[in-house]
Design a protein around this ligand. Structure first.
Ligand code: HEC
Ligand code: HEC
Ligand code: HEC
Ligand code: HEC
Ligand code: HEC
Length: 218
């Protein structure tokens, strides 16, 4: 009888171990790569909504302030979303019978809120708070881009950990005067490094714990 394992079997076994290791490594590399593509992070991809609400029309066109609809953004972690009542303040007067607005009228009649698709959504294991950022002079535009130019909102930034940390290490690169937080297309009047360093002091920005794991994962 021939031996069950030919000497060749050894080589095959070794090769398959090495092969598996290489395959695992490749998979990890590919996954990391895919994780950073816009397909995975959805950066730049507009989200379809129950009503094609346009920030471009309402913010740039009509000049409505962010706080009219996202009214809690200065006080709480959550920016807040407009209720149907907020839309109806105007749309019981203008575009009253528009087909596009049928879901708004239905929501108003049935008292069932509109189900907006979330564009930004961090994992539950991350803590984020709008109010601290807004009150320390970080503009909406810095994190969300030119929302006033978006017919439908897309994600401008990946919202991955590295992105948060980049600013937490050097907020002076991004900070702006508080009164400019809601401004779209803000351009500083003096070099950002001079302004940034001054505002970090003036607003007493605490950087000592901004990179601690427990600041964001609590
Ligand atoms: C007239 C009301 C209104 C105004 C004014 C308004 N928004 Fe919105 N915003 C909405 C509605 C409705 C949605 C949900 C639909 C969507 O995501 O496109 C939304 C969604 C968003 C989102 C995405 C939320 C998510 O799902 O992650 C961001 C970011 C945002 N708005 C920022 C802003 C900024 C910045 C301003 C001021 C420059 C602003 N909005 C002004 C009504 C408004
Ligand atoms: C301050 C008044 C005001 C508020 C509040 C408002 N709208 Fe409008 N909306 C308008 C006006 C005016 C137009 C017509 C714009 C135009 O002709 O360019 C409009 C147009 C629209 C249109 C038609 C497409 C477009 O963008 O031109 C949609 C859809 C719409 N609004 C949805 C909403 C929703 C949903 C809300 C609530 C989250 C809302 N609007 C809140 C004034 C308002
Ligand atoms: C430091 C970055 C940053 C700044 C500054 C910022 N946002 Fe956000 N925003 C985020 C992140 C991150 C999320 C997702 C939060 C989550 O999933 O828990 C978000 C979510 C939102 C949402 C969806 C509802 C919510 O609260 O989850 C709206 C609306 C919004 N932002 C509006 C605004 C407006 C208006 C401003 C300016 C006043 C602003 N944001 C400033 C990072 C920022
Ligand atoms: C463009 C700059 C910038 C970006 C981007 C940014 N932050 Fe911050 N963050 C700040 C500043 C400035 C503070 C305020 C520090 C202080 O003075 O307390 C802060 C504070 C915080 C705090 C402390 C809040 C508290 O109540 O103690 C948390 C948590 C936080 N950020 C989470 C995040 C997360 C999560 C992200 C990414 C999704 C993020 N930040 C992105 C600038 C930024
Ligand atoms: C400034 C806020 C912030 C700080 C500080 C922070 N993280 Fe994160 N972390 C995030 C965000 C945002 C994500 C991605 C959430 C998402 O994709 O929804 C994340 C994701 C993660 C993940 C999941 C894997 C990944 O990369 O997406 C791990 C693990 C993690 N963080 C560990 C840590 C550890 C360990 C520390 C301390 C050395 C730390 N984090 C500090 C914000 C932070």
């Amino acid at each position: 009888m021939r031996p069950l394992f030919q000497p060749r079997a050894n080589t095959i076994a070794k090769a398959s171990i090495v092969g598996t290791a290489v395959l695992i490594l490749l998979t990890v590399v590919v996954l990391i790569f895919v994780n950073r593509t816009s397909w995975a992070t959805k950066v730049g991809i507009a989200r379809q909504q129950p009503v094609p609400f346009s920030h471009k029309h309402h913010v740039a066109g009509l000049g409505i302030d962010c706080r009219y609809c996202h009214s809690q953004v200065e006080q709480t972690a959550f920016a807040g979303m407009p209720s149907t009542k907020t839309c109806m303040t105007c749309h019981s007067q203008v575009w009253t019978f528009a087909e596009l607005l049928a879901p708004v009228r239905e929501s108003w009649a049935t008292e069932r809120p509109l189900q907006w698709e979330r564009v930004h959504n961090l994992g539950d294991y991350v803590y984020f708070d709008h109010s601290i950022h807004v009150n320390k002079g970080i503009g909406c535009e810095t994190c969300h881009g030119r929302v006033d130019e978006m017919p439908l909102v897309w994600k401008e930034k990946p919202l991955q950990m590295g992105w948060c940390l980049d600013c937490h290490r050097q907020p002076e690169k991004y900070i702006r005067p508080r009164e400019e937080v809601f401004t779209m297309g803000y351009v500083p009047e003096e070099p950002q490094e001079v302004l940034g360093r001054r505002l970090v002091q003036e607003y007493n920005v605490q950087t000592y714990n901004l990179e601690d794991c427990s600041t964001c994962h609590r």
